[in-house]
Design a protein around this ligand. Structure first.
Ligand SMILES: CC(C)(COP(=O)(O)OP(=O)(O)OC[C@H]1O[C@@H](n2cnc3c(N)ncnc32)[C@H](O)[C@@H]1OP(=O)(O)O)[C@@H](O)C(=O)NCCC(=O)NCCS
Length: 104
C-alpha cells in the first residue's frame, strides 16, 4: 500500500493504493482537495496509478451516491464489477474494474 495523507483541507491530492489478497490492484480512495476539483487531477491520478498496476486489471470502488466519481470512472473506461451492500447504510458500494491488458 502506498499512502500519502496530508490533511483533507490541504491543496494536495491524497491517494490510498491498496493491493488486495486476490492479487489485484485496488485503489481504495482517491481524494482531491476541494479547491482543486474540476481541474482533471482525479483522472490524472487514476491514469498514473493504472501505469503502476501490478495486475492486468485495476479495481476501485465508490458509493452509489457519488455521481462525480462514477462519471470520472465511466469516462476513464471502467465498468461496474459488483455491488457491496451494508458498508454505508442505504448507499451501496459499487466496485469498478478496468482491464488494462486486452483480453484479460
Ligand atoms: C471524485 C474526484 C476524485 C474527481 O476528481 P476531479 O479532479 O475533481 O475530477 P475532474 O476534474 O475530472 O472532474 C470534472 C468532470 O466531472 C464532472 N462533474 C463535476 N461534478 C460532477 C457531479 N457532481 N456529477 C457528475 N459529474 C460531475 C464535470 O462536468 C467534468 O466533466 P468533463 O471532464 O466531461 O468536463 C474528486 O471530486 C474528489 O476527490 N472527491 C472527494 C473524494 C471522493 O469522492 N473520492 C472518490 C471515492 S473513492
Amino acid at each position: 500500500m502506498v499512502r500519502s495523507n496530508p490533511p483533507p483541507h490541504a491543496s494536495k491530492p491524497l491517494i490510498i493504493f491498496w493491493k488486495t489478497p486476490y492479487g489485484r490492484s485496488f485503489l481504495e480512495l482517491v481524494y482531491v482537495a476541494a479547491d482543486r476539483r474540476g481541474q482533471g487531477l482525479g483522472p490524472q491520478l487514476m491514469r498514473f496509478l493504472e501505469t503502476r498496476s501490478r495486475s492486468a486489471d485495476f479495481f476501485t470502488s465508490t458509493n452509489e451516491s457519488n455521481r462525480h466519481m462514477r462519471y470520472v470512472l465511466e469516462k476513464l473506461g471502467y465498468e461496474c464489477s459488483g455491488v457491496i451492500h451494508n458498508l454505508d447504510p442505504g448507499d451501496a458500494e459499487l466496485v469498478y474494474v478496468k482491464h488494462l491488458v486486452a483480453g484479460y
